[in-house]
Ligand binder design. Structure first.
Ligand code: ADP
Ligand code: MG
Length: 483
């Protein structure tokens, strides 16, 4: 638990997150209009999305399937009967004057999500619910000096609102929560998790209390759109609340905005109550009834998810929980690693993937799916190290050449003549040549300056262009220097 020091002692943060995740689907929740990102404004708007009088919504089965899969991924209760409600409010980019959402009976109930903390520990956070709802359109304030434009392309796109229990206790945990949730959504293919394009947005509910005391009044920070901003917004907000309380004030429940330019939160509106929205069941839509057998089918077709994969990587490959956690974060990295490790030294494979490969990809700014070195190819390099064809040191050069040329490891080793020298005769020759020149150093070594051993090894490696087998060099040198 991370506590914050105040004037009056320690304080504890209490955080609950509401994540809006855009459902991966080619068409909208209640219309056939396209959901493609980045199109010309108002080109993907059906009469339903524009709320023309008399238009009727028709539920998109795929969106329901995606919500149920996500619920299963969060080990949550799936409600076989759920209800779509109208949430009424006026906004220029909401032409119907209401949003179709789920209120009293959401499609997914209580579940759980496990956080992996950077120190290797883990903690469970409760999921309160997941419901389906429509997204609103977008108001564009920067297109005209005195007017606001409305783009309805987003209007009617399916969102999953995933609500957590107030179980989160620090901004690091909040970031770990968003990261894990995104990972699960991507494994399932139910949301692309792209925060820059707005397909995942996060409302952060924050309150503070004395450790173990009753819950404080919360403020909700709307629409935070990156992991870094989630942390900044929460830390700022908790500090602000502590200062208000310690100066004798009280926290008003309100909705706030995060100003990422200044790193602060500021008030947007006082918190509305549920009854302000006049929720009622949408008379245009029947209750959503799911077939239990269909849910069962989805359950049995679930892929291996990050937590299970992590546990398997730890037991099957003897990786540390930390390494396994990094590898399973993205499915593409996990698959890449397994291809490299297949039939090989898993620890060595892990070091190469997480060290050299991730480092190189970072530098190049490409993701693992577009890696210039394919998994089979890196695997081959590792085999060459394991069977002593090349040393670990030479392997670094071979890897650099693989990145540059796209050639495979074996070809580079042969072309550049990088095979490790394991012929004792050749190594002895190199050692003799060096010892013949270094009489003084030999005497120093023999009189007790042990550290010089490294110098001799270095000279031999240099003379053999790094190709001599290091273990053999060590053995032979020891013998010769002793004699
Ligand atoms: P609303 O529908 O008004 O947003 P909810 O009761 O659904 O309110 O809660 C929304 C979020 O606020 C949830 O993620 C919940 O965990 C969180 N939350 C509730 N009480 C607190 C609190 N005292 N401090 C921090 N977060 C809270
Ligand atoms: Mg809310």
């Amino acid at each position: 638990m991370s506590l914050i020091k105040g004037e009056t002692g320690d304080w504890e943060m209490v955080i609950g997150l509401e994540v809006h995740a855009q459902v991966s689907s080619q068409s909208k929740l209640f219309s056939g209009a396209s959901t493609a990102f980045g199109s010309e404004p108002n080109t993907q708007v059906s009469l339903v999305d524009a709320a023309f009088p008399g238009m009727l919504p028709v539920i998109n089965k795929l969106c329901v399937e995606q919500a149920v899969k996500t619920g299963l991924g969060l080990e949550a209760e799936i409600n076989l009967v759920s209800i779509f409600d109208r949430k009424n409010y006026f906004y220029a980019d909401l032409p119907a004057g209401y949003q179709i959402s789920q209120y009293t009976r959401p499609v997914v109930g209580k579940g759980r999500l496990v956080l992996d903390m950077p120190d290797g520990s883990s903690r469970e956070i409760g999921i309160t619910r997941l419901h389906l709802e429509q997204d609103a359109g977008k108001s564009l304030h920067d297109q005209h000096p005195t007017q606001t434009y409305i783009d309805l392309n987003r209007s009617g796109i399916a969102l999953m609102e995933i609500v957590s229990e107030p179980d989160i206790r620090s901004s690091e945990e909040a970031a770990a929560y968003v990261k894990k949730l995104r990972s699960i959504l991507r494994y399932l293919g139910t949301c692309d998790g792209n925060m820059e394009e707005g397909s995942m947005r996060c409302d952060c509910n924050v309150s503070v209390r004395k450790p173990g005391g009753p819950l404080g009044t919360r403020c909700e920070i709307k629409n935070v759109n990156s992991m870094r901003f989630v942390m900044q917004a929460i830390d700022y907000e908790a500090r602000r609340q502590i200062e208000v309380i310690e100066e004798g004030g009280t926290i008003k429940q309100e909705t706030r905005l995060f100003d990422s330019g200044r790193g602060i939160t500021r008030p947007m509106r006082s918190k509305e109550e549920a009854h302000d929205y006049r929720y009622f069941p949408d008379p245009d839509l029947l209750p959503l009834e799911l077939d239990g057998a269909w849910v069962q089918q989805l359950r049995s077709a679930m892929p291996e998810l990050p937590d299970a994969k992590k546990a398997r990587f730890v037991s099957q490959y003897a990786l540390s929980p930390y390494d396994a956690g990094v590898l399973v974060d993205e499915l593409a990295s996990a698959n890449y690693f397994e291809t490299v490790a297949k039939g090989r030294d898993a620890k060595l494979a892990c070091n190469w993937v997480m060290g050299d490969l991730f480092g190189a990809l970072n530098k190049l700014g490409v993701d693992i799916a577009n890696s210039p070195v394919k998994a089979e190819s890196l695997g081959e390099l590792i085999s060459l190290i394991s069977d002593n064809t090349i040393s670990g040191r030479i392997a670094k050069d071979v890897f650099a050449a693989m990145l540059d040329t796209g050639k495979n490891a074996g070809a580079i080793v042969e072309e550049q003549g990088l095979r490790q020298v394991t012929d004792t005769g050749a190594i002895e020759q190199a050692i003799d040549a060096i010892l013949a020149k270094e009489g003084e150093k030999i005497a120093e070594y023999r009189s007790g300056k042990d550290k010089l051993f490294g110098f001799f090894v270095g000279q031999v490696m240099k003379a053999t262009q790094g190709k001599a087998n290091p273990a053999l060099v060590n053995d032979l040198l020891k013998k010769k220097l002793a004699g």
